[in-house]
Design a protein around this ligand. Structure first.
Ligand code: GDP
Ligand code: IMO
Ligand code: MG
Length: 434
């Protein structure tokens, strides 16, 4: 079947954007099914770099159609800024190339204000959200109070709905959080303009994708975040508010269940996390600084959306097995192999030890009590060679090849590709292990 899915197997920022860019070469549609502009996906082609938050990374290719499914929460202001950025880079973002589901929900300045006020009120228990209004927008969706893209199609109705929504937000901001309120008139005015510009892009994405799949067009679903941030299966409550996992593709796009050709997991060769929450293999001090970088390279571990330094640690095989099981992954892409160059040795967590001494390959309650486990490590030899110019498997140092084979054995799925730099061409195809 012509549906492929790409998900992040960790806490986001695995390098999904650059893999989607590669897979887009063979895709007709590249579609987002979850999240919003909390995502930051980087695509580097030659000396041009695109940071995409809402528009699928496939848009960089000329032949693809990008779609935003009903599972998204869309901030129209961010979307228009991104469309402008792409236009300036010479990329066609006409309605023939970009489709927005009428059933996706809208993020307003009210949701953003509530997200920030809630975080501030949480004090030391902060989740460390991206502050993009994601949680409050999904809360409104679930409590049947949300504004939908569909509402942009009728100005009078939009103004009324926004007024009711902003009245409620302002009431909460002043009475619960004791913060300043929002200028309702100004926001309603802004949304009238968003509606005018976005109208031609609003379609029934579920219907067009179903038709495309029936016509054997290749559809690539681009996951945002990582599966450990999934609202149901992630390290709750330190998660985002949407279903990130591959199974979320069907509800997030509104397509019926159909066979999927490839379910690809983007996995960073080490691990990172932005925001709060458990992280069993987290490193501190010098070792962490080494993996994070100083910020002098564009790929150093600082958030694409917020610029926050990311927490970093060794690859966690327990969580990777969990990702394989949860998503039905058929293969992995291992990113940032080049960053591990120069380390004398590399550690990989292969199991957890519980407080009662029992060891687990995947803990019984998934990732609910991650903070109670001790990682058990296996130490592998490092390699000193710079990998950024390597393009062929046989040119990878022995130790780098061994690392990839180790990840395959540990996860139970093949690694099809390893990336050795952010640029489109910086990849090495991994032959199937004999
Ligand atoms: P995403 O959210 O999963 O799409 O990942 P981000 O774009 O937020 O972060 C990944 C960062 O790593 C970006 O700066 C990419 O350009 C960069 N990157 C991706 N793959 C590689 C790689 O193999 N090596 C290096 N050095 N950087 C990479
Ligand atoms: P991409 O698609 C990394 C994290 C936030 C926070 C938690 C909840 O680039 O991989 P939210 O704003 O969603 O309510 O924040 O989720 N988070 C991400 N971390 N990459 C992302 O996206 C993320 N999107 C959300 O840091 O811990
Ligand atoms: Mg990112």
């Amino acid at each position: 079947m012509p549906l492929n899915i790409l998900v992040g197997t960790q806490w986001g920022d695995e390098g999904k954007g650059r893999i989607v860019d590669l897979l887009s070469a063979e895709s007709d549609y590249v579609v987002r099914y979850n999240g919003g502009d909390n995502a930051g996906h980087t695509v580097t082609v030659g000396d041009e770099t695109f940071k995409l938050h809402l528009i699928p990374s496939g848009i960089v290719h000329k032949h693809t159609i990008g779609a935003l499914g009903n599972g998204l929460v869309i901030n129209p202001k961010s979307l228009l800024a991104e469309m402008e950025m792409l236009k300036e880079a010479g990329i066609d973002i006409s309605p023939q190339r970009l489709q927005i589901s009428y059933a996706a929900h809208l993020i307003t300045p009210g949701h953003i204000a509530l997200d920030r006020a809630r975080e501030a009120a949480r004090g030391t228990g902060q989740i460390g959200t991206t502050g993009r209004g994601i949680g409050p927008a999904y809360t409104d969706k679930a409590s049947r109070n949300g504004l939908r893209v569909f509402d942009l199609l009728d100005e009078k109705n939009l103004a009324e709905k926004l007024k009711t929504h902003l009245d409620q937000v302002n009431h909460r901001l002043s009475s619960i959080y004791q913060t300043g309120t929002l200028d309702e008139k100004e926001i309603i005015q802004e949304f009238m303009e968003y509606a005018r510009v976005l109208k031609p892009y609003i379609v029934d994405v579920a219907a067009t994708l179903t038709e495309a799949l029936s016509a054997q067009k290749m559809v690539l679903a681009e996951g945002a975040q990582g599966i450990l941030l999934d609202i149901d299966h992630g390290s709750y409550p330190y998660v985002t508010s949407s279903n990130v996992t591959a199974t979320g593709v069907f509800t997030g796009l509104g397509i019926g269940i159909c066979p999927v050709e490839r379910v690809i997991g983007a996995t960073k060769a080490f691990q990172s996390r932005v925001g709060a929450g458990p992280f069993p293999t987290e490193l501190e001090g010098e070792q962490a600084n080494r993996l994070r970088g100083t910020g002098s390279n564009p790929w150093d571990e600082f958030g694409t959306t917020t610029g926050r330094p990311r927490r970093v640690g060794w690859l966690d095989g327990v969580l990777l097995r969990y990702a394989v099981r949860l998503n039905g992954l058929t293969e992995l892409v291992l990113t940032k192999m080049d960053v591990l160059s120069g380390l004398p040795e590399i550690q990989v967590c292969t199991a957890y030890r519980a407080v009662d001494g029992k060891t687990y390959e995947i803990p019984p309650m998934g990732v609910t009590t991650l903070e109670t486990y001790q990682p058990i490590y296996e130490t592998l030899p490092g390699w000193q060679e710079d990998l950024m110019r390597v393009r062929r498997w046989e040119d990878l140092p022995q130790a780098a090849q061994a690392y990839i084979r180790f990840v395959e054995k540990m996860s139970g799925v093949p690694v099809c590709l390893a990336s050795v730099g952010p640029e489109r061409s910086q990849v090495v195809e991994v032959p199937r292990d004999a």
